[in-house]
Ligand binder design. Structure first.
Ligand code: UDP
Length: 463
């Protein structure tokens, strides 16, 4: 039997792309040939990440005249503001003719894994008789609960909910939700503009008709929700992660130069001072006022911290960096987050709970201060705190889920995690879960087996 040839096409955001790059490695390890589609501006990042592999990378022309998006901006982290992401996602459909032309010229494809936001790839897949699997980068927990919420519109209306009123779904009576746990676009597609709601309906419908879903997680972590999804919702989802474990955390090449922040973390390790890692993913927009509160909270907490500000401008107009000198480090460039989380001085992670950050923190056995900001992050935060018991919630000043956080609340929770008894308990718990994650990915583990089964099933079917 010829080796399988698998086509991957991640959405143009770091959070959707990075795990698919890990998945590419897992597929190569199983003897598959892998072709990965992207856009020209995203190619350098992908090429660099896969430079030591045989993955064939193809970039498709991306439309340049999208209303509200500057030319050559082809990924969410470069958008002037995150609220513009649906325009980027909708414009991606214009790549369809190039996508199909290219497929036509490629060797026979066993199956494709394309992003959930590329619902239009289903039609192409069907045209060429190729099974399509979908990648959303969401847990079973958030996929199941978002679906149940969207199916329960009437229940939610009958409950006459305000933002903070708690309710339960009959299938999950042990969890209390508030309406703000759900992304408004998921809970009520009509509340968004027409184009966006059409886009959501289209990709959700395409997912339903696809062969299956790839989940970045492991069965033992959320078996109740995995079983619920596969029994009650579907299409079948295969749990093949945590994908970040496909690659050794510190892949040091010959010319590797230890970044200054790793040297700083090394020093903290020598001094015996635990460090709080602070990062909110690749795309969150954080207001200036909120940044001020983060600065004050971190400063007053007295803990050692390493803050990756990313695209958010943290200006040093108030002497902050001077005042925290020696115990606080602020970095504005792209870092290797896994390398930081794996550093033994890092003992806590103040995170927006993007699903990759959650997975990476679990694998590094670091407990989380959960501060969700958008998308399905409130559900991820709920899972981290209430289901897994590996984190504390950062409370907002008005009790809402992703509202404003005052420095006092931040200071309190930071101290609790880094210095309190609770922090110790959470660290123990995350060690156990991190161990289970590694077992799932090791030879013979649940994720290892699931990926083999998926390849065998689809490859054999297509031969
Ligand atoms: N990331 C990184 N370096 C950075 C910022 C982000 O390596 O400076 C990675 C992080 O490790 C994760 C991804 O980018 O793999 C972000 O995904 P996540 O789901 O956590 O958040 P998103 O960016 O999608 O909100």
């Amino acid at each position: 039997m010829a080796s399988p040839h698998i086509l991957l096409f991640p959405f143009m955001s770091k959070g959707h792309t990075i795990p698919v790059l890990h998945l590419a490695r897992l597929l190569l390890h199983r003897g598959a040939a892998v072709t990965l589609f992207t856009t020209p501006a995203n190619r350098p990042f992908i090429s660099a990440a896969l430079s030591d592999t045989t993955v064939s990378i193809i970039d498709l022309p991306f439309p340049q005249n999208i209303d509200g998006i500057p030319p050559h901006v082809e990924s969410t982290d470069n958008l002037p503001e995150m609220s513009k992401w649906p325009r980027l996602a909708i414009a991606a459909k214009l790549m369809k003719p190039y996508f199909e032309q290219t497929i036509n010229s490629l060797p026979r494809i066993s199956f494709m894994i394309t992003d959930g936001f590329f619902g239009w790839t289903l039609e192409s897949a069907q045209k060429f008789g190729i099974p399509r699997l979908v990648y959303y980068g969401m847990s079973y927990f958030s996929m199941s609960l978002s679906t149940v919420a969207s199916q329960s519109q009437q229940l939610l209306i009958d409950l006459e909910l305000d933002n903070n009123k708690l309710f339960m779904f009959p299938s999950f009576p042990w969890i209390k939700f508030s309406i703000k746990d759900f992304n408004p676009a998921v809970a009520d597609p009509e509340c968004q503009d027409k184009l966006q709601s059409e886009f959501i309906l289209e990709h959700v419908e395409a997912t339903k008709k696809s062969y299956g879903i790839i989940v970045n997680g492991f069965y033992e972590l959320e078996s109740v929700y995995a079983d619920y999804w596969n029994r009650e919702i579907g299409p079948k989802a295969w749990c093949v992660g945590p994908l970040c474990l496909a690659e050794a955390p510190q892949k040091k090449q010959e010319n590797y130069q230890t970044p200054s922040w790793i040297q700083w973390l090394d020093r903290k390790q020598e001094e015996g001072k635990p460090v709080l890692y602070v990062a909110f993913g690749s795309q969150a927009d954080i207001s200036r006022e909120q940044i001020k509160q983060i600065k004050t909270g971190l400063e007053k907490s007295g803990v050692n911290f390493f803050w990756v500000a990313g695209k958010n401008q943290v200006e040093d107009d108030d002497g902050f960096e001077y005042r925290v000198k020696g115990r606080g480090m602020l970095v504005k460039e792209w870092v290797d987050q896994r390398e930081i989380l794996e550093h033994s001085s890092v003992q806590g992670f103040l995170s927006h709970c993007g699903w990759n950050s959650v997975m990476e923190s679990i694998c590094a056995k670091v407990p989380i201060l959960a501060w969700p900001m958008m998308a399905e992050q409130p559900l991820n935060a709920k899972m981290v705190v209430e289901e897994m018991g590996i984190g504390l919630r950062v409370e907002t000043s008005d009790g809402s889920i992703n509202g404003f956080v005052n420095w006092e609340k931040l200071e309190k929770v930071v101290k609790e995690l880094m210095e309190g008894e609770m922090g110790k308990e959470l660290r123990e718990k995350v060690k156990q879960i991190g161990g289970a994650a590694a077992e799932a990915m090791a030879e013979g583990g649940s994720s290892w087996n699931a990926l083999n089964e998926l390849i065998n099933e689809l490859h054999a079917e297509r031969e």
